[in-house]
Design a protein around this ligand. Structure first.
Ligand code: SAH
Ligand code: SF4
Ligand code: F3S
Length: 449
C-alpha cells in the first residue's frame, strides 16, 4: 500500500498596502488549487513566502530583518523561501545574489507560475541543487480576473479593479514594481460582488494603485462603483487609492448621493507647494487641489477627507514646507499619513534630483505636520460627541477582547465595552459617541439597532 505524502505546508506573510493583502488572497487561492495547505505557524512550514513592499526604505528593512530570521530556520531543516510582491520585482538582482537563502522570486504579475516554481525549488533542493526560480516579468494584461481570492476577513472583501500605475510620480517606485495600468472587465467585478454578498460580506473595497482611472470600454469608475454599490446585501462600498486628477463630476455625484458608497475620500496631496508638486509630477496645483476639496465639500459637507503627505522631498525649501503646513491647516483633513521622503531606486527623482534635505530636517518637518494633524484629527473627532452614528462591527478591539471594534461610515475606528453593547461582526449598529481621541471614537450602550 502506498501512503500519500503529507501536503506541503505554506506560511505566507504580507507586508505593504491593501493591494498586497488582496494579492496574498490570490496566492492562497492559486496554491490551494494546486494542493498546498496553509499554516499560521512559521515553525511548521515547508515553504515560507513573504509578500513584500518596496515603497519606502523601512519597508525594505522589515523584509531584510525577516529574511535574516529565516536563515536560522533554513539551517535546521529543508525549507523553501519565496519573496513575492513589489520588492521581488524591484530588487531581483540584489535579492538573489545577496540573499542565497531566497529560492523563489515572483513579482505581482507572476503568481500563476508560483505553484510550479515552488515545486521545482523543492525538487531541486531534494537533489541538493538549490536552483532558484525566478518569475518577475510584468504583464500588460494580467488582472487575475478568473481567480477567486481566498478571503479570510468576514466583513470586508477587497476587489482589485485595476492594477499598475502609469502616473510616474517622480518619487514613486510603484510604476516599476507593478507595471502598466490595466482594468479588469466590469462584468466579472459585478459578478464577484454578488458572490461576495451571498457569502455574507457587508462591505466591498475597490482597489487599484490609481483606482479612479479605471476604464474598460465605455465603463468608467463612476459607473463601476455605482454598479457594485447597487448589489443587494452590500451595505458599504469604499475605494482606494484614488488620484486627485481623476474626479469627474459623475464620480463625485455617485459618491455623495449613493446611500451605499461611504462618504469618505482619500485624496493624496503629497505637497502644498506648486514647485514641489511640479517636481513630483503630480499634475495638479495647490489651487486645483483646494478647489477640488471645496467642490466636494459643497456637495456634501459631512464628507470625511484623508490624505498622504511627503515631507523633505528633493529641493523642498522651508517656504515649500510652510505652504504644505498652511494647506493642511486650512483644509483640516480628518486624518493624514505623513512620510519622510525616501529615495527609491529607478525612480525619476532618484535619477534626476539629489536627495538634499537632511535627515534631521525631514524628521523635524514630518513631526511638525504630524503634531498639527493630530490636533486637527482630535478636534474633528470631537465633532462626533453626543451624536449617534452607524457603525459596521468588525470584531474585537486590538488592545482588548473585552472591547468591540467597528468603523464609522467615514472609516474612523469606533470602540466600545462589550458588556454594554452586544453585537456580532457584520452587524450595522447605531452607537452614541461619548468620547473621542485623535484616532478613535468611544461609543456607549444601550444598543440601538
Ligand atoms: N497610489 C497611491 C498610493 C501609493 S503609495 C496614490 O497615488 O495615492 C502611498 C503613499 O506613500 C503615497 O501617497 C506617498 O505619500 C507615499 N510614498 C510613495 N513613495 C514614497 C517615497 N519614495 N518616500 C516617501 N513616501 C512615499
Ligand atoms: Fe505612485 Fe503616483 Fe502611481 Fe500613486 S499615482 S502609485 S504615488 S506613481
Ligand atoms: Fe508597497 Fe507595492 Fe503596495 S510598493 S505600497 S506593496 S503597491
Amino acid at each position: 500500500m502506498t501512503t500519500r505524502p503529507a501536503p506541503t505546508q505554506v506560511h505566507l506573510e504580507t507586508f505593504g498596502c491593501q493591494m498586497n493583502e488582496y494579492d496574498s488572497e490570490l496566492v492562497r487561492s492559486l496554491m490551494k488549487q494546486d494542493g498546498f495547505v496553509f499554516t499560521d505557524e512559521r515553525e511548521r512550514a515547508d515553504v515560507i513566502l513573504m509578500n513584500t513592499c518596496a515603497i519606502r526604505e523601512n519597508a525594505h528593512n522589515k523584509v531584510y530583518k525577516h529574511l535574516s530570521e529565516l536563515k536560522k530556520l533554513k539551517q535546521q531543516r529543508p525549507l523553501v523561501v519565496g519573496v513575492l510582491g513589489c520588492m521581488a520585482q524591484n530588487l531581483k538582482e540584489e535579492l538573489t545574489d545577496i540573499q542565497p537563502l531566497v529560492d523563489v522570486l515572483a513579482g505581482p504579475d507572476a503568481y500563476r507560475q508560483l505553484p510550479m516554481l515552488i515545486r521545482n525549488a523543492m525538487l531541486s533542493q531534494e537533489e541538493g541543487l538549490y536552483q532558484k526560480g525566478l518569475a518577475v516579468d510584468l504583464s500588460e494584461y494580467e488582472t487575475y480576473h478568473d481567480v477567486v481570492p481566498d478571503r479570510t476577513d468576514g466583513v470586508n472583501a477587497w476587489i482589485a479593479v485595476m492594477r499598475g500605475c502609469d502616473n510616474f510620480c517622480s518619487f514613486c517606485v510603484v510604476p516599476y514594481t507593478r507595471g502598466r495600468e490595466r482594468s479588469r472587465d466590469p462584468e466579472g467585478i459585478v459578478q464577484e460582488a454578488y458572490r461576495i454578498a451571498e457569502q455574507g460580506f457587508k462591505q466591498i473595497t475597490l482597489l487599484g494603485q490609481n483606482v479612479n482611472s479605471y476604464r474598460f470600454g465605455d465603463w468608467d469608475f463612476a459607473r463601476l462603483i455605482t454598479a457594485v454599490a447597487d448589489v443587494p446585501g452590500i451595505q458599504r462600498v469604499r475605494f482606494t487609492s484614488p488620484h486627485p486628477k481623476d474626479f469627474p463630476l459623475p464620480l463625485l455625484e455617485a459618491v455623495v448621493a449613493h446611500p451605499n458608497i461611504c462618504k469618505q475620500i482619500h485624496l493624496p496631496l503629497q505637497s502644498g507647494s506648486d514647485r514641489i508638486l511640479g517636481l513630483m509630477n503630480r499634475t495638479y496645483t495647490n489651487k486645483e487641489y483646494r478647489s477640488l476639496v471645496e467642490r466636494i465639500r459643497a456637495m456634501r459637507s459631512d464628507i470625511v477627507l484623508s490624505t498622504d503627505i511627503i515631507g523633505g522631498f528633493c529641493g523642498e525649501s522651508y517656504a515649500d514646507f510652510a505652504e504644505t503646513y498652511r494647506l493642511v491647516e486650512e483644509i483640516r483633513f480628518h486624518s493624514a499619513f505623513i512620510f519622510k521622503y525616501s529615495e527609491r531606486k529607478h525612480t525619476i527623482a532618484a535619477r534626476k534630483f539629489p536627495d538634499d534635505v537632511s535627515e534631521g530636517v525631514k524628521t523635524e518637518r514630518v513631526t511638525r505636520l504630524f503634531d498639527l494633524q493630530r490636533n486637527i484629527s482630535y478636534e474633528r473627532n470631537r465633532e462626533y460627541l453626543k451624536t449617534i452614528i452607524p457603525v459596521l462591527v468588525e470584531g474585537d478591539a486590538k488592545r482588548s477582547a473585552a472591547q468591540g471594534m467597528g468603523k464609522s461610515d467615514g472609516n474612523i475606528t469606533v470602540i466600545w465595552d462589550k458588556r454594554t453593547i452586544s453585537s456580532r461582526p457584520g452587524d450595522m449598529v447605531s452607537l452614541a459617541i461619548y468620547d473621542a481621541s485623535s484616532t478613535t471614537l468611544y461609543a456607549e450602550g444601550p444598543l440601538m439597532k
